[in-house]
Write a protein that binds this ligand. Structure first.
Ligand SMILES: Cc1cc2nc3c(=O)[nH]c(=O)nc-3n(C[C@H](O)[C@H](O)[C@H](O)COP(=O)(O)OP(=O)(O)OC[C@H]3O[C@@H](n4cnc5c(N)ncnc54)[C@H](O)[C@@H]3O)c2cc1C
Length: 498
């Protein structure tokens, strides 16, 4: 039993943010209990088995795999990574194809530059600018030492030194979307390459920073899949004396006299706490667990203006195919237009997972595809009856399979469907707002959400989770968990050097 004299922190949600908050809480001398609605920890960072194959739900790249970065320090402290971790041997971000031509974004930027210029000599000037912008974007390394409101002059000077040229990139690329940026290229292949990976509404700099993270060796994929990373963190939390309640949905945070006195479980039971850290999606947090009056203005604005604050979800299918199939790890192809829910897509990718034995069985490997889904798509999925939903999924599986075979004829007769899931899966599994598995997309028009994790009118509640800072993702989730504990320590006038 934990020492009863210790102050108790209750953490709602056992995803990456919740587990990180829990581990930092225990390391800082608190008692910590996590309440997670699912039967398994990890939240969005999980995977599952079908027909004996493991399907991965998350890590396409994990920012913070480079030693010496703030995030690497967090990932190792919470047991997600260790110095002897092995990473997938992948030397590229992705490959785009069009009309029999192809280009690959290698981690080696010189190699990429040569490849792009060879594919489209008429774009040479723009390609050189692109490569230079990616090179500069390597300076943009996630700051995870402490929350920004605790930064002093020295911290800003250090950031200024480390990111001296990055403001130039932001000036040029934060105000245009990827769709607009793509227009600068003449080649239809390069236009597609620019908009293939991230939704086209994203501010262009997000793509540059993502590619730079890979190219800088700071965005690798740990071997052993996403779920295993979450389970390592859960194990660490338990080893340190933390208690995790799985299958335990929280209905309400109880507020009395400006304090969160505890939480109420589904069965009506009340559990008291000295501090509460919710890490769940912000929508159910402010719509259900707390009275809506506590919703910060920036969230209310974002929910009211979905056009300016889009979200990302996906319609996804996993297959087992021959282990020999390898067209590069992630490859985008042109497809006959396909209506998926509301929108119509004409590009699609196939990612081959044969790089890690965990995804390989009996000479077969898992491949997956994901078609981006929006607010409007979510509304269509939501409107279906159960029968319609299942029927539409079956029809789409057939259509997507046809398009995969059209692009990869060697897969004819070799596609075994393992599973198919939609934005509704994320809503059901993680209470995710419109099925979004990241926070709001950073667009040129929308304001980037960056909260200090505090709620006006509640003294001892510290919000963490990917929604505290758009566009979310694993780095934000982990750092927000650590920041919540630092914010508590600061109010207690204790060291935040954790
Ligand atoms: C397909 C896919 C690919 C992705 N790829 C990447 C990638 O390559 N790189 C990257 O950085 N990020 C990626 N992400 C995003 C990443 O998974 C998330 O940003 C991150 O896992 C969010 O962590 P979190 O702890 O903030 O939230 P969550 O994972 O949502 O955790 C919140 C937890 O709270 C629980 N919960 C909700 N309501 C309640 C309640 N009432 N009571 C109790 N518990 C509750 C949920 O079940 C969940 O476990 C991807 C996500 C998906 C789905």
């Amino acid at each position: 039993m934990a020492n009863s004299k210790k102050e108790k922190i209750i953490i709602i949600g056992g995803g990456i943010a919740g587990l990180t908050a829990g581990i930092y809480a225990l390391n800082s001398g608190f008692e910590a209990e996590i309440f997670e609605k699912n039967a398994i920890a990890g939240g969005e960072c999980i995977g599952w088995n079908r027909k004996g194959f493991h399907i991965d739900n998350c890590i396409h790249w994990l920012t913070g795999t480079r030693k010496g970065t703030d995030l690497y320090d967090i990932w190792t402290k919470v047991g997600a990574l260790s110095d002897d971790m092995e990473y997938a041997d992948i030397d590229s971000f992705y490959t785009s194809t069009y009309n029999g031509t192809r280009v690959t974004l290698y981690n080696d930027l010189e190699k990429t530059e040569k490849e792009l210029i060879a594919a489209s000599p008429e774009d040479e000037e723009e390609i050189k600018k692109f490569i230079q912008a990616v090179e500069i974007s390597k300076q943009c390394v996630f700051p995870g030492k402490k929350p920004m409101e605790m930064w002093g002059v020295k911290d800003y000077i250090e950031m200024g030194k480390n990111m001296a040229d990055f403001p130039k990139v932001m000036k040029e690329f934060s105000k245009i979307s990827l769709e607009e940026y793509a227009k600068r290229f003449k080649s239809p292949l390069l236009k597609r390459m620019i908009t293939d990976y991230l939704p086209k509404e994203y501010a262009a700099y997000s793509f540059l920073v993502s590619y730079a993270t890979m190219a800088d060796g700071n965005g690798k994929i740990p071997m052993g899949a996403s779920l295993q990373m979450s389970l390592r963190m859960e194990e660490k939390f338990k080893e340190l004396g933390g208690i995790i309640h799985l299958g335990c949905s929280i209905e309400k945070i109880v507020i009395e006299k400006k304090r969160a006195t505890g939480i109420e479980l589904k069965n009506g039971e009340f559990v008291s706490a000295d501090y509460v850290i919710p890490t769940i999606d912000a929508y159910p947090l402010f719509k259900k667990l707390l009275p809506e009056k506590y919703m910060p203005g920036e969230f209310a604005k974002a929910y009211n203006e979905p056009g300016t604050y889009p979200i990302t979800s996906g319609f996804q299918i996993a297959y087992a195919v021959s282990e020999n199939f390898s067209e590069g790890e992630t490859i985008f192809v042109d497809i006959d237009p396909l209506k998926v829910a509301y929108g119509t897509c004409d590009r699609m990718y196939v990612k081959a997972y044969g790089y890690d034995p965990i995804f390989v069985k009996d000479g077969k490997q898992v491949i997956q595809t994901c078609i981006t889904q929006s607010h409007e798509d979510f509304a269509v999925w939501k409107s279906y009856t159960k029968e319609e939903y299942n029927k539409v999924k079956e029809e789409l599986i057939a259509e997507v399979s046809k398009r995969i075979v059209a692009n990869f004829p060697e897969l004819e007769g070799d596609l075994e469907v393992l599973d198919c899931w939609t934005p509704l899966t994320y809503e059901r599994f993680c209470n995710a707002y419109h099925g979004s598995y990241m926070s709001f997309i950073t667009t040129p028009e929308g304001k980037q959400i960056r909260t200090k994790g505090r709620i006006k009118g509640i003294d001892n509640l510290y919000v963490a989770g990917q929604w505290t800072s758009s566009p979310g993702g694993l780095p934000v989730a982990a750092a927000s968990g650590k920041f919540a504990i630092q914010r508590i320590l600061k109010t207690q006038k204790r060291s935040i050097d954790i």
